[in-house]
Write a protein that binds this ligand. Sequence first.
Ligand code: B12
Length: 224
Amino acid sequence: MSDERVKELLEELKDGVINYDEDRVIAAAKAVVEEGLDATNAVFHGLIPGMEEVGRLYEEQEYFVPELLMCADALYAGLDIMKPHMEKKDIGIAGVVVMGVVQGDVHDIGKNIVKMMFDVAGFQVFDLGRDVPLDKFVEEQLRTDSDLVCLSAMMTTTMVGMKDIIRKIKEKNPKCKIMIGGAPVSEEIAENFGADGYAKDASNALKDAINMLSTLRKLQEESA
Ligand code: B12
């Protein structure tokens, strides 16, 4: 595919999300699949930059909640088409992860992008969805015996719930690693809440998860 065509499709995806034009996103996503453009590239350089621009428009009060919802629908329409075509990578680590957006918070786009990265890397992800009661994370970690729990929050009000979840999980299972993320979260907050890690975006989340799981596997081998 020519560089020009790649650029054109990425722009279509981005503009389609910004203009909440679901049909346009669907047409571009189908073209990505049919013409063989790398679907991961299309998601990360087309759909996500579109949603980032939507965030900016909301902050500038050009967009309001109804527009946000329509933009999110357009983004999800594109993801549904391209996700099955994202190439699986073999990273040689079979990680089990529990993931969700904390209670009171329905912002799930970021969490779903992180989940997608983990799926592609071959992790087994137990996705609890959004607005997840705090104790549900603790129960699911114990039920699945997951290596890692990923918590997402997009509001300063809901972010505080993470501290409670981290404390409860660590009490029951100190070996379980916990990573947190979302717009209001920072390295400092993660440290303060007692999390093992923080990542600012989905690719860093995967990198950090791989590092954490490699360390965990080494410790498990040593103690076996
Ligand atoms: C889209 C959106 C919505 C949509 C959400 C649709 C959906 N299905 O998700 C809707 C319209 C529902 C919505 C509602 C509301 N929203 Co809103 N929303 C946004 C917006 C514009 C974009 C968020 C987004 O999707 N970004 C794109 C994704 C790709 O990025 P991301 O979420 O940041 O995720 C990345 C990283 O953060 C990271 N990450 C995310 N999770 C995790 C987890 C882990 C473990 C790791 C490692 C990394 C990680 O990786 C992701 C991918 O790279 C933001 C503004 C912004 N700039 O963020 C406001 C924003 C989050 N919303 C806000 C508010 C206030 C609200 C409402 C209260 C508005 C209202 N008056 O009703 C409601 C709250 C509803 C609720 N109870 O949750 C505020 C929060 C303010 C605050 N600091 O508390 C923001 C910041 C806007 C603002 N500046 O005021 N919203």
